[in-house]
Design a binder for this molecule. Structure first.
Ligand code: C5P
Ligand code: C5P
Ligand code: ZN
Length: 464
């Protein structure tokens, strides 16, 4: 396959270089942290030294810093493809490797650039950043197959899994199973199976959405009563993993019945669950989906090193990361509460087809995308509704996240680009999730332009 040939060529180029300390720059989310951890482990194995930074996005300041530093080899992982010309201009004379899966900027460069989009693969679903880095690592040394599970976590973190994987992601999953790091069980796919009380899992379940239960704690408790499942066992709340076969059946049937008449197939609640064989039950690191969330929490709360330490298997650091998860959940609940309590104020514009949330300093810029994602999955708004959310950064810029509710053919990147043509700013992302950074003084103009662009999209979608 052409892409794997390209991987081989890139590994050769790397091997031809004199092995000095390697500079790694990785993206801040779960996929970026997985990518970085895979690269670190692979370099350690070759006794190559490294120096790591985790960043939110590439900007001129960061590139200026890298230029000043004395590292001849720089790896960008899970970012970079959207900023090729900027990078090339800033870092001429250095050996720059970009291992990414974001849609590349459409320019010719001399950078060493590995990206599935360049080989007619869909980098949004077939391969994650961690997947690209893993394939590089596997070619560097066959032993790195034992890192494949991190690439599975990265792909799950980037929402590339839906009832299984496709493309190279699926090959990587096979490596993870073969190396006995991941096992697959079929069952109810609900977030928090290992860690949360059952009624909480049901209350927070947006995917699958359970009518009368999702978003309703009392409803969730009532539902369990109706289907005859005890809330507690020996005075402690039961978790989903504690249910016996009989209760599991009752729960599945109960959920399917509740979901009859919903748009998707009721049995969609069942599917593969990815478990890490070496992790302990009831830990947030047991289920690959929860692991990805843990990494996200570390990145988003500005402690990416805790995420990296967790991936590298450091038990002390892992415990710190698990503590951080509690803060993360609190902050997410606070941001949801802010959203609900400001729906009728000028901070939130709700129109047919789109909503604009202007959180300013009320929500951390690194969490605004998570909030937008949660709202988009919440059934609050009709299918196809576009969500635009803005928040201030500590550097006094404005971060914007774009998401879309349900299934839609609309590409959020195009929407964002149309707005950015007017206001300026750098951005990128995927079809279903995009983001950008703009100057704070452009905020008002951005919102005005967005209303025009989004209003037009809403009308076009209605006509279709
Ligand atoms: O920069 P990167 O691609 O790694 O960011 C991925 C983020 O975008 C994830 O945190 C996820 O929340 C979001 N995403 C999404 N739907 C997709 C792809 C990504 O919500 N289809
Ligand atoms: O930050 P958020 O989760 O909203 O990002 C969604 C997608 O947009 C991610 O894939 C991210 O990498 C991309 N993005 C970008 N440039 C930015 C902000 C986000 O390419 N300045
Ligand atoms: Zn990614």
């Amino acid at each position: 396959m052409e892409f794997l040939q390209a991987v081989e060529d890139v590994v050769k180029e790397f091997n031809n270089l004199e092995k000095r300390t390697v500079r790694i720059v990785g993206h801040l989310d779960a996929d970026g942290i997985s990518s970085t951890s895979i690269l670190i482990s692979a370099l350690k194995r070759e006794n190559i030294k490294f120096n790591v930074s985790i960043i939110k996005q590439i900007d001129q300041n960061i590139l200026d810093e890298l230029k000043k530093e004395d590292y001849p080899i720089i790896f960008f992982v899970d970012l970079g493809s959207g900023n090729l010309s900027m990078i090339e201009k800033a870092l001429t004379g250095k050996h720059v490797f970009i291992l990414d899966h974001h849609k590349p900027e459409d320019v010719k460069t001399n950078l060493i650039h590995l990206n599935p989009h360049l080989y007619e693969m869909d980098g949004d679903i077939e391969l994650s950043g961690a997947g690209v880095v893993y394939l590089f690592a596997r070619k560097l040394n066959e032993k790195n197959k034992d890192l494949s599970y991190l690439a599975v976590i990265g792909a799950i973190g980037d929402m590339q899994e839906s009832k299984g994987f496709i493309g190279l992601n699926n090959e990587i999953l096979k490596d993870a199973i073969q190396s006995r790091k991941i096992e697959i069980k079929d069952g109810l796919r609900m977030f928090g199976m290992q860690t949360r009380p059952l009624h909480k899992v049901l209350e927070y379940s947006t995917d699958p959405y359970v009518p009368g239960v999702t978003g309703n704690e009392k409803g969730a408790i009532r539902f369990l009563g109706e289907i005859g499942i005890e809330l507690k066992e020996n005075g402690k709340f039961k978790k989903l993993i504690h249910l016996n076969q009989d209760d599991t059946k009752k729960l599945i049937t109960g959920i399917i019945l509740r979901r009859l008449g919903s748009e998707d197939k009721p049995e969609d609640v069942l599917g593969p669950i990815y478990l890490l064989t070496n992790e302990e039950e009831e830990n947030p690191t047991k289920d690959a989906r929860e692991f990805a969330t843990l990494l996200n929490a570390c990145g988003r709360l500005n402690k990416p090193s805790l995420g990296i330490g967790t991936c590298l298997g450091n038990v002390n650091i892992k415990n710190k990361a698990i503590n951080l998860l509690i803060d993360y959940k609190k902050e997410i609940i606070n941001s949801l509460n802010w959203f609900y309590s400001h729906r009728n104020t000028s901070d939130i514009v709700e129109r047919k087809g789109y909503i604009i949330i202007n959180a300013e300093d009320n929500i951390r810029d690194t969490l605004i995308g998570t909030l937008a994602s949660m709202i988009s999955k919440s059934n609050l708004y009709a299918n196809g509704t576009i969500i635009l959310a803005l928040a201030h950064t500590l550097e006094e810029d404005t971060k914007v996240s774009v998401r879309i509710c349900g299934n839609s053919s609309v590409d959020t990147r195009n929407i964002l680009n149309d707005i950015l043509k007017v206001t300026g700013g750098i951005g990128g992302g995927h079809k279903g999730a995009a983001g950008c950074l703009i100057l704070q003084e452009k905020e008002e103009e951005f919102i005005k332009t967005a209303e025009k662009v989004l209003g037009k999209v809403a009308i076009e979608e209605e006509i279709k």
